[in-house]
Each structure stands twice: as structure tokens, then as C-alpha cells.
Design a protein around this ligand. Structure first.
Ligand code: CMP
Length: 143
């Protein structure tokens, strides 16, 4: 079954949106396969956002994502990678449609509440970066 990596960013945790966001994905029908509240160390942040290393906002991005607790999650379900991206809305909350997470709760492109993997390759990479294999569960026997 397909899996993706989703993370409530420091602004979302600070604004008490973790329960709301978990609930949205649960109600959609996806299964929570792994989760942890953590403060991201600098080297993990730089690795996770490595593809943005040359962007002018890279320093700001790393500083923000390491600034407070995040809620890192693995979700499982059919087509979960693309569907979660739809549910999150566009990266910039100002462009995100109402009814999407960023459209409803996001403030700025930096403080945009949630991160989600954008492809099967990045999902695999990001799940492995944040989770030990033994901490990611599977519901496939219950399907
Ligand atoms: P995310 O999905 O976590 O992936 C990369 C992040 O870079 C993105 O969400 C935004 O929060 C952030 N980002 C993109 N553009 C900018 C920008 N111009 N300034 C600051 N952060 C940005």
C-alpha cells in the first residue's frame, strides 16, 4: 500500500492544529502508520530540504523548521501521496483554495502549516530520513 510522509510544521504545532490535521486524514480514510513529535536537528533539516539548498530562502527555511516541535507522520492508503497534496493545497497559502489545509490555516509561504512528499521517490526518501523501519506500521493484513 502506498505511503507518504507528512509533517505538521512548527507553526501548526504551536497553533494546536495537530489534532485537526490528523482528523482530516483519518476521516478521508487514510491510516496513520507512524508518528512522532520531535524537534528537528539542523543536519536533518538541511538533508530533508537539500533540493532547495541553492534557493535564497534556504537559510530561513532551515531556521524555521528547526525552531520548535514538529509532528512527523507516515500515512498509508491508495493514492495517498497525490491526494494528501490536494488536501494540503498550494504551497503559498495565498494561492491555496478554501477547504484545503493551507487555504484554511496557512499564513505565509514559509509558515504554511504542513509539508507533504511530492512523489513516490521523495516519500520513500523522507520516510527513511525521519523514521526507523520498525516504527512504520502497516494495516495491509486488515484490508
Ligand atoms: P514545503 O512543502 O515544506 O517545501 C519547501 C518549503 O519551502 C515550502 O513548503 C515553503 O514553506 C518553503 N518556501 C517556498 N518558497 C519560499 C519562499 N519564497 N520563502 C520562504 N519559504 C519558502
Amino acid at each position: 500500500m502506498e505511503k507518504t510522509f507528512l509533517m505538521v510544521k512548527p507553526d501548526g504545532v504551536q497553533r494546536n492544529l495537530v489534532g485537526e490535521i490528523v482528523s482530516l486524514f483519518e476521516r478521508k480514510g487514510f491510516k496513520l502508520a507512524g508518528a512522532k513529535l520531535m524537534q528537528i536537528p539542523n543536519d536533518l533539516a538541511e538533508n530533508h530540504y537539500g533540493e532547495h539548498k541553492e534557493r535564497p530562502f534556504f537559510g530561513e527555511l532551515v531556521e524555521f523548521i528547526t525552531s520548535g516541535p514538529v509532528f512527523a507522520m507516515v500515512w498509508e492508503g491508495e493514492n495517498v501521496i497525490a491526494t494528501a497534496r490536494e488536501m494540503m493545497g498550494k504551497t503559498n497559502p495565498q494561492d491555496a483554495a478554501p477547504g484545503t489545509i493551507r487555504g484554511d490555516y496557512g499564513v505565509t509561504v514559509g509558515k504554511n502549516v504542513i509539508h507533504g512528499s511530492d512523489s513516490p521517490e521523495s516519500a520513500e526518501r523522507e520516510i527513511n530520513l525521519f523514521f526507523d523501519e520498525s516504527d512504520v506500521l502497516s494495516y495491509s493484513k486488515q484490508d
